[in-house]
Write a protein that binds this ligand. Structure first.
Ligand code: LLP
Length: 416
């Protein structure tokens, strides 16, 4: 992790977080460039010498500077919308390294991706096969596809972020997959490239990944018998990170279990999101005031659920990092935001000595942080800054209040 305390002051790389908050204001998202680079290399190094493609799941953090950094490192991208494709291209990403996931691709998104020349569509239903075949035919193009299989494996994670069970909307049931592949192979404007799955997010064990992979490999053999050859196998993302005391396998350990199972010649595609960026990021807020109602002490920040949804949406426990380390030893407090919702909390029952005017950061905020933020309660969204050594670059301006209603308009006089 690239944040640490130095003389009791919170640092990100060689920059003091307090100085950055003074310079850019709060609420503030900070990302460490070195942490992203290290996380990428943690996947890329064990894959040296193997045919592979690391496709960063853009949904985890879609800031152009983050995408550009990953593109420069050689990453491909896993996208789920035309908007994400446009971001990847604007950030200098290579369309030939893009896989397109998602259960509801529109015709125009399909056309956009076909024209851009993406690596492959991760198709999630038979209806999508037909639709894609039609769109490709109209454009006189052939769509490269993989079929997303639902392997019915329990990822043992929060139900909102488990995706590989029968009751989830994702993929095609593994028992129905052979028929779907046969159909895909028979359609004139599709070319079958691979098979994929994504069983869930924030997994802290390797076993469900291995179980899913084995099911996909068995399917591959079945398809070979039908004369359908796959060029790649895509095992999705999902590797967990340490927020507080979780102990997920390191990328190298996870890959050490996966790689021996992959037959030579087959390209391994991965779609990590969280594992590449979560621990590169901090969300920094300033304490507006504190209050003790005799039952509980509340530390009220200028940032809350509108900037970081994970605690209230998934009961996610994220590390609380007061800018002054000594404040980790204060009274038990709930860290809450200014939004008018009971669910507007960032942490519960944490020891925290912060008082009015002090700064508090939340760790692990680089993934599913800013991207899930909103302007609820008419709060402009935070600024984003990339830190490199002692340098800092503003990579997204803080929104202005006026921008909140850009695009809105008053009713014309006559309609009143
Ligand atoms: N591939 C596909 C098809 C996905 O649906 C996802 C995440 C990923 C890759 C990347 O998964 P990761 O490596 O980041 O676990 N907002 C939630 C997480 C939702 C994940 C959705 N899909 C959270 O904050 O925990």
């Amino acid at each position: 992790m690239s944040h640490h305390y130095q003389n009791q002051q919170l640092m990100l790389e060689d920059a003091a977080v307090a100085d950055l908050a003074d310079q850019f204001g709060t609420p503030l998202y900070l990302y460490s460039r070195a942490a992203i680079e290290q996380a990428y290399q943690a996947f890329a190094s064990p894959l040296k010498g193997r045919k592979h493609l690391i496709c960063f799941a853009v949904k985890a953090n879609s800031n152009l500077a983050v995408l550009n950094l990953l593109a420069r490192l050689g990453a491909g991208f896993d996208i789920v919308s035309g908007g994400e494709l446009a971001r990847v291209l604007a950030a200098g990403g290579d369309p030939a390294k893009v896989v397109f996931s998602g259960v509801g691709k529109t015709r125009s998104e399909m056309a956009q991706a076909l024209k851009a020349g993406i690596h492959c569509f991760n198709v999630e239903s038979v209806a999508e096969l037909d639709r894609l075949n039609g769109v490709a035919g109209e454009l006189g193009l052939v769509a490269p596809i993989s079929i997303r299989v639902n392997p019915d494996v329990d990822a043992k994670t929060h139900p909102y972020i488990a995706t590989g069970l029968k009751e989830n909307k994702f993929g095609i049931d593994i028992l129905m997959a052979p028929d779907a592949f046969r159909k895909a192979a028979s359609l004139p404007n599709l070319k079958v490239l691979g098979v994929d799955c994504h069983i869930g997010s924030q997994l802290t064990e390797t076993e469900p990944f291995v179980a899913a992979l084995k099911r996909l490999l068995a399917l591959r053999e079945q398809l070979q018998a039908d004369g359908i050859e796959l060029a790649h196998i895509d095992i999705g993302g999902g590797l967990g990170v340490t927020y507080t005391d979780e102990q997920p396998p390191k990328p190298a350990d996870y890959l050490a279990e996966i790689l021996p199972l992959i037959p030579a010649g087959l390209t391994l595609v991965l779609e990590p999101g969280r594992a590449l960026v979560a621990n590169a990021g901090l969300l920094v807020g300033r304490v507006e005031m504190t209050k003790d109602n005799g039952f509980k002490r509340f530390v009220i920040l200028d940032t809350g659920m509108n900037d970081l949804m994970r605690p209230t949406l998934y009961q996610a426990v994220m590390p609380v990092l007061p800018i002054n380390q000594a404040q980790q030893n204060g009274p038990l407090s709930d860290l809450v935001g200014p939004v008018c919702e009971t669910g507007d909390w960032l942490a519960k029952d944490v020891p925290l000595g912060a008082e009015e005017g002090d700064l508090v950061a939340i760790g692990g905020a680089g993934a599913y942080g800013f991207v899930m933020s909103s302007q609820y309660n008419s709060r402009p969204r935070a600024a984003e800054v990339m830190v490199q050594g002692s340098q800092a670059v503003l990579i997204r301006q803080r929104e202005t209040v006026e921008s909140l209603w850009a695009g809105e308009q008053l009713l014309p006089e006559a309609s009143c």
